[in-house]
Design a protein around this ligand. Structure first.
Ligand code: FUL
Length: 693
């Protein structure tokens, strides 16, 4: 009897202990975000605005000697920028207070190279102030881009510059209210004006800025800030290794604290990392960061922006989307239109969460705790979660939608305050009584959205197949996203044959060749057609079954390339640089050292007023030209230097480089590669083109 009582007491105390162990929250798994990183992560989507003297010189990076008198944006209106960002669903704006040229958009006490000496508002203007006020009015947060590299400042490269840099940071982080993020670009050191020295100044990115003390200053002035830094010291957020707008499908919000960073780590994070450093995906709504009129028809369309969305926010990153400001001080109407339509499309995508009235049942639920029931994963509240017993790293949740429902997207979120855990998961739909896998993926993190072809089912099974520790899922959503037709791409080969293609299967293309907007009444495209010489081609893709059309694709072609020849080089692959196919490349490996000449005979005389160069689209490749000269000649004897300079940001953003110069008659053109981004002796070309009057 006594023994039984003893056993009874021991057994019930074991039970109490077991259920106690199961009802407490799981212990954090690895590094976790700070409160500032958490707030930043929840913003998801915010803007960059690029505006500086480059806006007036058609450059990507200023050299530091550009004339301040150029800065006179007669219609400048930060309220327009803020209104557009707000209406597009963004949560903040980061302004380029100072880009690499050193020109300051605020009247800094520490330099004359600022708006205070510009004609804009008779030197009384302060663009950062106007931005701060507009953000406040529209309920947006304000962020600051302050380039560490300053190609104007005489002291750049010397210790004195660090005092200047910190003085500027102090101005910006003291006088404009709360700043949510500060952005330090990775381009650091090189040639520049430097107060008239006109020389190359190299610095050691890891030591020169004494980031430790610079960060201490920042955090003292703005305790709620997050620091983005690609300039030699990891901050609170990381770059994703590309400016094209996507982070790895596998994306851990972790890095190692050792400071060791290579491209894979930036792009995918590090599963075993010991520091929380989430990914920010930065990209521009146009190919380049600053405004170039030549890109007015190259604004990203809604399907392209939706792709960005899935490839950034949908992959555990944030999306930092840039608007280049025009010389008049406004965002271009096309950029506005696309951003607003994109915002609307995102709203529509998430308008109905199909799990709204569903029931959830899990294979394992941690104890009987209130906060961890299966239903917590579908209650739409990111502060509650479903979790399992500690030993479980494989668990599933069946969501009963109640009736057959069509869907094509699944969104999942981990409760990252307890760390990032999930390594792999699947989504299945119950079709005709059988579970059919519709998607599988790796990491989740703060948010993961996966796309799959539409499926109709009553039940969905969400299974974590591998996890670092017991999964902690705060939210699952199932959606039926409206589908978009992709913008068609239009290419022309050297013989003048135009081809229209798309990633979608089976739409009908309609096109025009006179610059007018194509409709379903325009010419139907059935096979490649001949349209040589100067012509503007516009095309849409149309799906008659749903009555929907894609955005318009536009391509402006210049003179015929039929008679073009590369002078003095008989290599077979040379013609790939005129073939209109951006994935074929010719690497010119001369026996001599740089400079390497490319001479093209255009076959006829033309008034040439510019050229275009597209580098190898494989960013790992050598031969991406960074410094060039461009000569023209009527007779191949007398050459005239038409243009020279740098393709500034070509390494991180290998888009078409377009250069205009004073028009002159020529039959021969010569592109001289002076340097490439690797510093070796190869010049590579995906495409080369000329611009004629
Ligand atoms: C780059 C810069 O060099 C570009 O000019 C731009 O500001 C972009 C956001 O970062 O690396």
């Amino acid at each position: 009897m006594k023994n039984r009582l003893l056993w009874g007491i021991m057994f019930s105390s074991l039970l109490i202990r077991a259920s106690y162990a199961q009802t407490t929250a799981p212990a954090p798994c690895g590094p976790v975000p700070t409160e500032n990183q958490m707030k930043w992560q929840e913003m998801e989507y915010y803007a960059f605005v690029h505006f500086s003297l480059n806006t007036y010189t058609d450059q990507s990076w200023g050299y530091g000697n550009e004339d301040i008198k150029l800065f006179n944006p007669d219609k400048a209106d930060c309220r327009q920028w803020a209104r557009i960002c707000k209406d597009a669903g963004m949560k903040g704006i980061i302004i380029t207070a100072k880009h690499h040229c050193g020109f300051c958009l605020w009247p800094s006490k520490y330099t004359e190279y600022s708006v205070k000496n510009a004609p804009w508002k008779d030197g009384k203007g302060d663009m950062v102030r106007e931005m701060a006020d507009a953000c406040k009015e529209y309920g947006l947060k304000l962020g600051i881009y302050l380039s560490p590299w300053d190609r104007n400042h005489p002291d750049y490269g010397k210790p004195e510059y660090i005092t200047y840099f910190r003085n500027q940071l102090t101005e910006l982080l003291t006088n404009y209210g709360e700043i949510f993020e500060v952005w330090f670009d990775g381009a650091n050191g090189g040639d520049g004006y430097y107060g008239g020295a006109n020389e190359t100044r190299k610095i050691d990115r890891t030591t020169y800025y004494d980031w430790k003390n610079t960060y201490a200053l920042i955090r003292k002035l703005q305790p709620n800030i997050v620091i983005w830094n690609d300039g030699g010291d990891r901050g609170d957020l990381r770059w994703v290794g590309t400016e094209e707008g996507f982070v790895g499908e596998t994306n851990w919000s972790l890095l190692n604290d050792t400071g060791e960073v290579h491209w894979n780590m930036l792009h995918y994070g590090l599963e075993t990392g010991n520091a929380w450093v989430p990914a920010e995906v930065n990209t521009s709504i146009r190919p380049e960061w600053f405004y170039h009129p030549g890109e007015d028809t190259k604004v990203k369309t809604v399907p392209q922006l939706m792709d960005l969305y899935y490839n950034s926010i949908g992959r555990n990153g944030s999306l930092l989307l840039n608007f280049p400001i025009m010389p008049n001080g406004l965002i271009h109407p096309t950029d506005e239109k696309m951003a607003l339509e994109f915002g609307k499309a995102v709203k529509e995508l998430f308008a109905v969460n199909l799990v709204g009235k569903a029931k959830a049942e899990a294979s394992n639920v941690r104890g009987n705790a209130k906060r961890s029931g299966a239903a917590k994963a579908i209650d739409g509240n990111i502060d509650t979660y479903w979790t399992t017993n500690d030993s479980i790293t494989n668990a599933s949740l069946i969501i009963d939608l109640g009736s057959p429902t069509l869907f094509n997207r699944c969104m999942a979120q981990e409760y990252i305050r307890l760390g990032q855990r999930v390594k792999a998961f699947t989504v299945e739909a119950l079709v005709n009584g059988n579970w059919k896998e519709v998607a599988n993926a790796t990491t989740i993190g703060y948010k993961r959205i996966i796309r799959f072809p539409s499926v109709k089912a009553t039940k969905v099974r969400f299974t974590i197949t591998d996890s670092k520790s017991c999964p902690v899922i705060s939210n699952i959503g199932i959606y039926n996203a409206p589908l978009f037709l992709n913008t068609p791409s239009i290419t022309r080969n050297q013989s003048g044959i135009v081809t229209i293609t798309t990633n979608d299967i089976g739409p009908i293309f309609y096109y025009t060749t006179d610059g007018s907007e194509p409709t379903t009444k325009s010419t139907v495209y059935s096979v490649p057609f001949y349209a040589d010489g100067k012509v503007e081609i516009k095309a849409i893709a149309h799906d008659p079954a749903v009555g929907k059309s894609s955005p318009i694709g536009t391509e402006k072609f210049d003179i015929s390339k039929k008679d073009w020849k590369i002078v003095g080089n008989n290599e077979e692959k040379t013609s790939t640089i005129f073939d209109g196919n951006i994935s074929t490349v010719w690497h010119h490996r001369s026996d001599k050292k740089m400079p390497i000449d490319l001479v093209i005979d255009l076959g006829n005389h033309y008034i040439v007023s510019g050229f275009k160069y597209l580098p190898d689209q494989n960013k790992w490749s050598s031969g991406i030209i960074s410094n060039y000269q461009f000569y023209i000649s009527a007779d191949k004897i007398k050459w005239k230097l038409a243009d020279e300079g740098e393709f500034s940001n070509i390494k991180n953003n290998p888009v078409w480089q377009i250069r205009n110069f004073s028009p002159a008659m020529a039959r021969y053109v010569k592109l001289i590669a002076l340097k490439n981004t690797w510093g070796d002796d190869v010049a590579g070309y995906a495409e080369v083109d000329v611009i004629t009057e």
